[in-house]
Design a protein around this ligand. Structure first.
Ligand code: FNR
Length: 372
């Protein structure tokens, strides 16, 4: 990537209602576990501000916990409730804005991905649609209707707080096998009531959350919804096996109020279904007419694996960039999220714009230990 024309698609501004981004780059949400007792401090602001100073258009924060005792599955993940944490988030937003960027929190509940005994509030039971854990065993009671309504309100409260303290949008984490996605997947959701059933019926929990969030933030505040086919415990899982199923899954989410879909894949260049080059984000956009964010190994040629062993020294940081520009230029999707490349190179976007591809670093597992 050294001719300025070839990178043009990445540097076109993007606008959706009041959300105006200077280019098409998004920082992917990445858990850091650097917020002691759930409170993000000045180092968290520095971490995001460095990326914005280096031209990232939109930051989607690491997953942040809604107010529920069993929301978190790791220590030192930031809270998105309580005066102290929210005041710190307000400061982070301010710093991002001062540096010329935009920011959305990713609101998160881990559901049955949490191993109760290991993590914060170990006396609280992990929760999920049917109480089924990642080993397929029923380890807690299915959520009651009342508990579900309460959770819906807590997501809405987090979104309302995001708007109140100045965030530019909110992302609902509906991907990767966490709570919302556990309702989508029939391996976790065996409910016989209105929250279970076929794929469309299993969207009901998400639909109620999106509607409640919409009511809490009003018509103009963008709601981004992240979804994936893959699950933490199964990279080959397919929620939707063909475009028709994908359409039936996404349509209720659109009707509930989603503005932008963030389709989480591990390699953005891979076609989602046979017979077309479109990736999952491309299909989401085509089927819903909504803007889409794509993601997956930008600036890497290795896949995301559980232990990240695949991202090794022979990794080529400029792999597939031409493909990315082509997909952006053709309008297959609108925005591209960048994860690990932005960990190893906080100035990844600047380096790409200036054609300094030789200076790009190689992401290694060691980068995850400091995450600065
Ligand atoms: C992630 N990812 C992730 N996804 C998400 O929706 N919420 C999260 O909190 C996290 N946390 C997280 C931590 C770390 C260390 C990594 C590497 C990844 C997934 C991430 O957003 C992204 O989809 C993948 O990393 C793929 O993008 P890259 O890294 O290939 O650009």
């Amino acid at each position: 990537m050294n001719s300025s024309k070839s990178i043009e698609p990445l540097f076109k501004p993007f606008k959706l209602g009041n959300l105006k981004l200077k280019n098409r780059t998004v920082m992917a949400p990445m858990t850091r576990c650097f917020s002691p007792n759930g409170i993000p401090r000045a180092d968290v602001a520095d971490y995001y501000r460095r990326r914005v100073e280096n031209e990232v258009g939109l930051i989607i924060t690491e997953g942040v916990l809604i107010e529920h005792p069993a929301a978190g599955a790791e220590h030192d993940v930031p809270h998105f409730y309580g005066e102290e944490a929210l005041n710190e988030w307000a400061r982070i937003v301010q710093e991002v804005h001062e540096a010329g960027g935009k920011i959305a929190p990713q609101i998160w509940h881990t559901g049955m991905a949490r191993q109760k005994e290991k993590f914060p509030n170990s006396d609280a039971n992990s929760i999920g649609p049917s109480g089924i854990d990642f080993n397929g065993e029923q380890v807690s009671e299915p959520l009651s209707g009342e508990e579900i309504h309460d959770l819906v309100k807590r997501y809405a409260q987090a979104a309302a707080d995001a708007k109140k303290i100045g965030f530019d949008a909110v992302e609902i984490h509906g991907a990767h096998g966490y709570l919302i996605d556990q309702f989508f997947a029939d391996s976790f959701n065996k409910r016989k009531d209105e929250y279970g059933g076929d794929l469309v019926q299993r969207t009901r929990f998400a639909v109620e959350i999106i509607k409640a969030v919409r009511e809490a933030v009003g018509p103009d505040f963008p709601i981004i919804f992240r979804f994936s086919q893959w699950k933490l415990n199964d990279y080959n899982f397919k929620l939707a096996k063909n475009p028709e199923e994908l359409k039936s899954f996404l349509t209720p989410l659109v009707e509930a109020g989603v503005d932008i879909f963030h389709a989480s894949t591990r390699r953005f260049w891979e076609p989602e279904f046979e017979g077309s080059d479109l990736n999952l984000a491309g299909w989401a956009k085509k089927l819903t007419g909504k803007p889409a964010i794509s993601v997956g190994s930008v600036g890497l040629n290795a896949q995301l694996t559980r232990d990240l062993q695949q991202t090794t020294k022979e990794n080529n940081p400029t792999a597939y960039l031409d493909e990315l520009m082509h997909k952006l230029d053709s309008g297959e999707f609108d925005l591209i999220a960048i994860g690990r490349a932005l960990i190893s190179d906080p100035d990844w976007v600047t380096k790409i714009r200036e054609g300094k591809t030789k200076e790009l670093s190689t992401f290694t597992k060691e980068d995850l230990k400091t995450l600065v």
